[in-house]
Design a binder for this molecule. Sequence first.
Ligand SMILES: NC(=O)C1=CN([C@@H]2O[C@H](COP(=O)(O)OP(=O)(O)OC[C@H]3O[C@@H](n4cnc5c(N)ncnc54)[C@H](OP(=O)(O)O)[C@@H]3O)[C@@H](O)[C@H]2O)C=CC1
Ligand SMILES: O=C(O)[C@@H]1CCC=N1
Length: 270
Amino acid sequence: MHDTITTRGLAVLGCGKMGSAMLAGWLQRGLAPSSVWVTDPHPSDWLLSIDGLNLNVGFPESPAVVLVAVKPQMMADALPGLTALGGRDTVFLSVAAGVPIARYADMLGENTPIIRSMPNTPAAVGKGITALVGNDRVNEEAMRMAEDLLSAVGQTVRLEHESQMDAVTGVSGSGPAYVFHMIEALAAAGAAEGLPTDLAMQLAKATVAGAGALAEAATETPAQLRVNVTSPNGTTAAGLEVLMDEAAGLPPLIRATVKAAADRSRELGQ
Ligand SMILES: NC(=O)C1=CN([C@@H]2O[C@H](COP(=O)(O)OP(=O)(O)OC[C@H]3O[C@@H](n4cnc5c(N)ncnc54)[C@H](OP(=O)(O)O)[C@@H]3O)[C@@H](O)[C@H]2O)C=CC1
Ligand SMILES: O=C(O)[C@@H]1CCC=N1
């Protein structure tokens, strides 16, 4: 973990599902709870159980980073309390879907270093991916500090343009939910074919986890890995004929799914 974060502290505004997923990852990677200040109106039992965490006692005078992890709709209520930290070298790191950097700058002052990012909940097990983009007040050192922090809970990618963030949100921010639903659907289909529910769920989870791990580790493309499973005239070919149907299969469905999520991100930014 970056030294500046340990010495100056990490402030977390809003610690629900996403904030907790990231915090869980950081604590697992050795960040001391005493370096973290969390403000949340209804802390979970998990937060309350963390020894040494600075919970609902305000923020330090000059934290290295303020992680903003409240819902976009709560931003106008939550942020004004932090204006005293704006315009200095404290980096505001937002994970909120849709909320543009300009909106933070309006509330915190134009001189505030602001990074807009989009993580995902696999951060809780160190397998997240976070895309990030900063305003011109974020110097290379500040960007590296944020990347250092975020890379403790998974991969990081820098975006060239803030406008790419809506599509990123539709793919990797919301993406884990699509994959969890795939697990649910695969398990339900297995049960419909006669398997006990628990066994079907075990098979579905292990298959998605194993395929994901293989896709990441292999030198072959996902398309080639798919071909490797597909014996001529075999069972996979029969299944894929349904799944890959160009009119009613997965490609148009996923295209519409990602578009709906990205459109919602754009809407939240209005
Ligand atoms: N969940 C996900 O997978 C991802 C979420 N995000 C983004 O993360 C942000 C949080 O989402 P998520 O964690 O799912 O939502 P949650 O509702 O789980 O978390 C938000 C937390 O903020 C708290 N809160 C509300 N008002 C304030 C306030 N004024 N000051 C401090 N804390 C406050 C809420 O408390 P209470 O519940 O009591 O109101 C809640 O605990 C959103 O902006 C979302 O776009 C980004 C990527 C992925
Ligand atoms: O559903 C949402 O709005 C948030 C952003 C990405 C994932 N969850």
